[in-house]
Design a protein around this ligand. Structure first.
Ligand SMILES: Nc1ncnc2c1ncn2[C@@H]1O[C@H](COP(=O)(O)OP(=O)(O)OP(=O)(O)O)[C@@H](O)[C@H]1O
Ligand SMILES: [Mg+2]
Length: 437
């Protein structure tokens, strides 16, 4: 049985050879993968699964018996011996040996430590990886390194803000996904992602920030985030009805009436800083060219604050769309960059060497600048989205084939179409309209 990695999954790899295991948070189960890539679902009882999940989420750290019991079952009295039976069940499915542990190490009388190979533990993916649709992720070494360096600074208590800009389809979202999947720090950062929606500008104040909070409330950080919402941000908390009880909401409303209101922006800053006070938080707010003005005020305020928190703010936007809408973000982004309140990463089209890498799935030793790469560069200008649309068109016509080794031309260059596929023509037209508006 073959499966794509599931959203919210951590991979656990045996330090020797296959099989490897991954814990599937979304489906509350474990997957065992053999050397050929075939996967088998392994079901654990809910409590055993909770124990495994907690240990994996705290990889490398000694988790005491008390910590496990109070974190997992705060309201139930569980005999410490019961933990042993859960650990035994986990070891059995993992084929682990307590005398030579590869996954769970016992510290006699104290607790357990998950010692699976740390490099292979990926942070939860919040969205499916879109790069799989095209080929290898390529040509973004520098921005990736910059993001990772900024994250390290944020994680050590020096908050960071970065704006990633670029035309539609240039790879802003993909870059963020790749960056998140490459973070190897412990503890793993909390990641909160929200985006603006076209046509909603001005209608939904703080829309992406609320979406990001909603995202966090569905993550393992849930209880911490809700505590912070209730403690420091009543005006934000009342906007999260799915995550607070009716009783809490009534108390908050009362509090807001009697205690007066702090401006939402200030309260929002305090809230995100409280969440990021001890534990790194990556707040991703996408497509700010469609943002409501309140969100832009919040972003601007977050960038300007200097509290020693572990917050990394990543915002994306399309510069061309700011021109069209005469959007305040243009001035705000300019001012913030000028005063060094934020970093800027402007993504440019992929060069031919990166197109080669995409087409060969990043394999070494392939001839560079194949005719197909040159054709794509010429016809799409190195925009990855346009490349994908063009490749789909060629695939549909039978001009190219795709295999595990990458994309291959099946016809001579002369036979490649001179016309632009309709979907790409529309995308290019939209881009040109944006540039000339
Ligand atoms: N560096 C890259 N290497 C390979 N493929 C890429 C790369 N960057 C992006 N892609 C591909 O291009 C497509 C578009 O990328 P993405 O959605 O990240 O663009 P975007 O800049 O976020 O666009 P938008 O402004 O519309 O949100 C993705 O589906 C992905 O497959
Ligand atoms: Mg995007």
């Amino acid at each position: 049985m073959f499966r794509e990695p599931v959203s919210g999954a951590h991979r656990m790899t045996d330090v020797t050879e296959a099989p490897s295991f991954r814990i599937d948070i979304a489906n509350l189960c474990l997957w065992r993968r053999n050397a050929a890539g075939a996967e088998q679902r392994l079901d654990l009882t809910p409590k055993t699964f909770d124990v495994l999940r907690y240990l994996v989420e705290n990889t490398g750290k000694l988790v005491t018996h008390d910590e496990l019991l109070t974190s997992l079952w705060p309201d139930v009295h569980v005999q410490p011996e019961v933990l042993k039976s859960h650990i035994l069940a986990i070891r059995t499915v993992l084929g682990d040996d307590s005398t030579k542990p590869r996954f769970i190490e016992t510290q006699r009388g104290r607790g357990y430590r998950f010692v699976g190979a740390m490099d292979d533990i990926a942070p939860p993916a919040t969205r499916p990886d879109p790069t799989l649709e095209l080929g290898a992720f390529a040509g973004r070494t520098e921005p990736l390194e910059e993001l990772l360096a900024l994250y390290n600074r944020a994680a050590s208590g020096e908050p960071q803000a970065v704006f990633i800009s670029g035309e539609p389809g240039i790879g802003k979202t993909t870059l963020i996904g790749q960056f998140l999947s490459r973070i190897r720090s412990h503890p793993e950062p909390a990641v909160a992602q929200g985006g603006c929606i076209e046509g909603f500008a001005g209608a939904e104040p703080y829309c992406p920030a609320l979406e990001a909070l909603d995202d966090l409330c569905g993550s393992p950080q849930r209880s911490r985030v809700i505590r912070a919402l209730l403690a420091v941000a009543p005006a934000w908390a009342v906007q999260m009805p799915a995550h607070i009880t009716a009783e809490q909401r009534a108390t908050l409303r009362q509090q807001l009436v009697t205690g007066g209101r702090m401006p939402m922006v200030r309260e929002g800053c305090i809230l995100f800083e409280a969440i990021a006070a001890e534990h790194p938080l990556i707040l991703v707010l996408e497509d700010l060219h469609w943002a409501d003005f309140a969100t832009i005020d919040l972003v601007s305020a977050l960038c300007r604050r200097r509290s020693a928190t572990k917050l990394m703010l990543i915002a994306t936007y399309r510069p061309e769309d700011l021109k069209t809408a005469r959007h305040p973000l243009k001035q705000v982004a300019h001012d913030l960059a000028l005063r060094k309140y934020c970093h800027e990463i402007a993504l440019t089209p992929l060069p031919i060497s990166a197109i080669d890498d995409v087409l060969t799935h990043g394999a070494d030793g392939k001839p560079v600048s194949t005719p197909l790469s040159r054709f794509l560069l010429e016809r799409t200008g190195g925009n990855p989205l346009f490349m994908r649309v063009m490749l789909e068109h060629l695939l549909h016509r039978g001009d190219v084939a795709r295999s595990a080794e990458g994309w291959r031309l099946l016809v001579s260059m002369d036979s490649l179409p001179s016309e632009t596929p309709p979907t790409l023509a529309q995308a290019i037209k939209t881009k040109i309209e944006g540039m000339t508006a």
